[in-house]
Design a protein around this ligand. Structure first.
Ligand SMILES: Nc1ncnc2c1ncn2[C@@H]1O[C@H](COP(=O)(O)OP(=O)(O)OP(=O)(O)O)[C@@H](O)[C@H]1O
Length: 230
């Protein structure tokens, strides 16, 4: 399917509920938003307002219950498992908790991201993995297992892994929360550079006031709704 309006993300009247019966909660309430190729958008809002739920829906990790959600022009409402799987190949995700494989080294974890690339030899993919690990300042930790890395270092491996797959959309849930201020700055600058060089759109949830200036646009969320921009 052709992406006619050329938006990376196009959401209209998206609703989401958790629970059943009396426990049913309306956590996303008629959310509408768009993101263009190469745009860096920051999403802020109080804990529990629905940011992670929104990110996981966009990342095709959950089924859309109600409303329109198009990623690269593909409608996710009613989409098959296969469609969602295919879409995820072009979406990089950096979530809290890192999700690194414990039995693989930092380099092997990043290589898993690079392995999603078609048309590159094993050697080229390994070189690219090393390049990304260098870019996030971990060139001296290639062969370490996750449990030998600090929280911030694990976060950086997760970031390198997401970038190695050259996504067209990067979803990041508080990517700098475990990092000191200068590393956090370097990481967001790197994400911004990627966005510019590869026309990769970035949607980043953050509570970190130090990085707000990286955004092309700021979105604020409250009680499951995107607030009108002022
Ligand atoms: N799997 C789930 N089942 C039931 N309720 C959930 C589930 N996941 C999240 N919730 C609830 O939905 C609401 C929105 O959660 P969500 O994690 O999307 O918010 P958030 O803005 O990302 O919060 P935080 O900033 O603390 O990560 C919260 O009240 C949360 O408790």
């Amino acid at each position: 399917m052709k992406n006619i309006n050329n938006k990376t993300l196009d959401i209209s009247s998206l609703n989401h509920w958790y629970g059943h019966g009396e426990m049913r909660r309306h956590v996303l309430q008629s959310v509408s938003m768009e993101i263009s190729p190469g745009e860096v958008v920051l999403l802020t809002g109080p804990s529990g307002c629905g940011k992670t739920t929104l990110l996981t829906l966009i990342g095709a990790l959950r089924k859309v219950q109600d409303g329109e959600l198009k990623v690269f022009g593909k409608q996710l409402f009613g989409a098959s498992r296969k469609t969602r799987q295919n879409l995820r190949k072009n979406i990089g995700m950096i979530f809290q908790g890192h999700n690194l494989l414990r039995c693989l080294t930092a380099e092997q974890n990043v290589q898993m991201g690079a392995d999603l690339l078609n048309g590159f030899s094993y050697k080229a993919r390994r070189a690219q993995s090393r390049e990304w690990l260098r870019a996030v300042g971990l060139e001296d930790h290639l062969s370490k297992l996750p449990h030998d890395l600090s929280g911030g270092q694990k976060q950086r491996v997760a970031i390198a892994r997401a970038l190695a797959a050259r996504p067209k959309l990067l979803l990041a849930d508080e990517p700098t929360s475990a990092l000191d201020s200068s590393t956090g700055r370097e990481i967001v600058d790197l994400l911004k550079k990627l966005a510019l060089e590869q026309s990769c759109s970035v949607l980043m949830v953050t509570h970190d006031p130090r990085i707000l200036d990286v955004a092309d646009r700021l979105l604020q969320m409250e009680d499951g709704q995107i607030l009108p921009s002022v």
